[in-house]
Design a protein around this ligand. Structure first.
Ligand SMILES: Nc1ncnc2c1ncn2[C@@H]1O[C@H](COP(=O)(O)OP(=O)(O)O)[C@@H](O)[C@H]1O
Ligand SMILES: [Mg+2]
Length: 595
């Protein structure tokens, strides 16, 4: 059984993680679980000795209580220890669950943080991620508890069975035989539950998507105006109803399995009662034996049910835990190199014969592209939507690795640098930059948070450079005003957010600055001013600017025109105009529109 093997290999792994999380709590859980499960058998023995002592005392004609006192004391002690271990076990479990919650969630997050961007664009990976996040921590702590419960309950069954063997071996065999098919049926049901849930992953993500269309702030205006809510709610409900119907089948299977076992074990119990009673009447069993038999036989089916329940659920948990193992097994493809990044103020970039295809797509987006950017040069990239401009700068930043060709920074292939060190050298204002739910100061300081989170003076200087200080000082708490409407009461206009993003990019002492259409919501004049200023600020910094505005583009030292993943023209504004090619025709079109 394949999934069974998975479960077995998961057990040691899960135990190791639990032990590493908190070894003392884990030891506490194990110890109390074992105690809790061993003591019932001891209590049965106490009862037997109590009954026998009473009947011996009776037959000797004495009426004194003292011979049974030690037995009672022993029973009392065992009962108290049992109560203590049962309740301590609950307490240790509760605490361990919280510890595992923290540990497992951070493990998943830390691993996800190492994975390449393209994984997050892959629906199959998103399914894996969704499964790994789906209450894995809960399954983890349950798994450990249930494994221990199953093991300890098995000890209890064995101890009860041993007692029973001495009375009547035949009955023992019947009870144990009953447990096996029950176990198999339950295991199949657990597997069915897991497989059903597994197959639902994409549909579950769809339900989350429909919810977001109705509930997310960003989605609401369009959803409202087009009255899409009823449509999305209907789609959401249809998916949920599908889940409910599947669940119903599973519940019914579970119901019939449990009822069958209960009836069979009850019938078995009464048949065994009849047999034991007959033996007692025949004189081959004592009254004490009968009492023990009753005590054991009442408990045994319950214990068997407990083991089956704990075992199959633990195995089901193991399947869920293997979801996390599946995620952890995915390794980043973009790996660190070991060459130290050169400490230049302005980077030189050389792109050699670069070809790149997005994972899962067939058409290359960049097609044998070569380009050299001199240290300190400011380069503008222009071209129609979809030409591959954003893709090119994402490759320079090593969000993706190329199919073939290479990118060199200051003479070294960027794949030879540690990725984080490369990123420290690059400032990037994205086409879709972030609007952080944080104070205005933090929104800037995040650009270099290790140094700037506690440096308000420097943050204010950066705000001045980006021309955003006026706006911030007009906020009710100035730089300390929380921005964003998820948690706070203040937000900015698109253009103001953009300036904040630019201040953030300036915060980093980078040697390459990339601006990917960051100013689409600024008007042409504001953009021109911003970039003129930018050039002054970043004097000496190599910069790549992607823009559709000719006013801005013409500031650059050199303009590169891209089309379908290739460079088709290159030069200064004057040179390109004189060429009367693609750039010149785009420019003319633009001018005609303006006039
Ligand atoms: N993450 C992605 N996955 C798959 N294809 C993409 C992705 N991003 C962009 N593309 C495709 O690559 C092409 C170039 O996109 P892009 O570099 O964003 O163009 P530009 O920035 O010049 O407008 C487009 O055809 C787009 O559909
Ligand atoms: Mg783009």
């Amino acid at each position: 059984m394949n999934s069974f093997q998975t479960s077995i290999s998961t057990i040691s792994w899960a135990f190791k993680i639990t032990w590493d999380t908190n070894s003392r709590l884990t030891a506490g859980v194990v110890a109390t679980a074992i105690l809790r499960n061993l003591l019932p058998a001891a209590l049965v023995l106490v009862v037997k000795s109590l009954v026998n002592t009473i009947s011996e005392t009776q037959s000797s004609g004495e009426q004194l209580i003292w011979p049974i006192l030690p037995v009672l004391m022993l029973g009392l002690t065992i009962s108290i220890v049992e109560v203590l271990s049962r309740n301590l076990s609950v307490y240790f479990n509760e605490r361990l669950r919280d510890e595992i919650d923290i540990d497992v969630s951070s493990r998943i997050l830390e691993h996800a943080a190492t994975l390449d961007l393209f994984y997050f664009e892959d629906p199959r990976f998103q399914d894996i991620m969704a499964r790994a996040r789906q209450n894995t921590a809960g399954h983890f702590s349950q798994f450990i508890t249930r494994i221990i419960d199953a093991a300890a309950n098995s000890v209890q069954i064995i101890s009860l069975a041993v007692i029973l063997v001495f009375i009547e071996p035949f009955i023992t065999v019947i009870f144990l035989l009953l447990g096996l098919p029950y176990m198999l049926a339950h295991w199949k049901l657990a597997k069915l539950r897991y497989q059903t849930e597994h197959s639902r992953t994409s549909r579950r993500r769809w339900t989350g998507y429909y919810l977001a269309q109705v509930l997310d702030r960003g989605a609401i205006p369009e959803t409202r105006l087009l009255n899409l809510a009823p449509l999305f709610i209907r789609k959401f409900s249809a998916l949920m109803a599908g889940f409910r119907n599947q669940n119903q089948d599973i519940y019914q299977k579970g119901l019939s399995i449990r009822i069958t076992f209960s009836i069979l074990s009850t019938v078995g119990f009464y048949a065994a009662c009849a047999w034991v009673a007959y033996q007692a009447l025949q004189g081959s069993l004592t009254i004490g034996d009968v009492v023990i038999f009753l005590a054991v036989a009442v408990r045994l089916p319950k214990s068997i049910e407990n083991v089956v329940f704990a075992m199959t659920n633990a195995l089901e948990d193991a399947l869920y835990i293997s979801n996390m193992m599946e995620l952890l097994a995915i390794k980043p493809k973009i790996v660190d190199g070991f060459v130290p990044v050169p400490a230049t103020r302005h980077a030189g970039i050389e792109i050699r014969d670069l070809t790149f295809t997005y994972p899962g797509s067939k058409q290359p987006v960049l097609d044998h592209l070569s380009l050299t950017i001199r240290p300190g040069e400011s380069l503008a990239l222009v071209g129609e939507n979809g030409a591959g401009k954003s893709t090119l700068v994402k490759l320079i930043t090593r969000f993706y690795d190329p199919d073939s060709g290479s990118i060199l920074m200051d003479g070294t292939d960027i794949r030879e640098f540690p990725v984080r060190k490369l990123h420290e050298k690059i400032s990037f204002v994205f086409q879709e930059f972030r609007r952080f739910e944080a104070t205005a100061a933090e929104n800037i300081a995040f650009g270099n948070w290790l140094e700037l989170l506690d440096a308000p003076g420097q943050v204010e200087k950066l705000a001045q450079l980006a021309g955003v200080d006026d706006i911030i000082s007009r906020l009710p708490q100035g730089f300390d005003t929380p921005l964003g409407r998820m948690f706070g009461e203040h937000t900015l206009s698109e253009g103001q957010w953009q300036k904040l993003a630019i201040a953030r990019a300036l915060a980093k002492p980078a040697s390459l600055l990339i601006l990917d259409e960051p100013s689409s919501s600024l008007d042409a004049r504001a953009e021109f001013e911003l970039f003129s200023r930018f050039r002054d600020i970043s004097a000496g910094q190599t910069s790549i600017l992607i823009s559709h505005r000719f006013s801005t583009v013409s500031i650059a030292d050199r303009i590169v025109v891209m089309d379908s993943g290739r460079i088709i023209e290159m030069g200064t504004h004057q040179e390109l105009m004189a060429l009367s090619g693609h750039y010149a025709s785009l420019y003319d079109l633009h001018q005609r529109k303006l006039s």
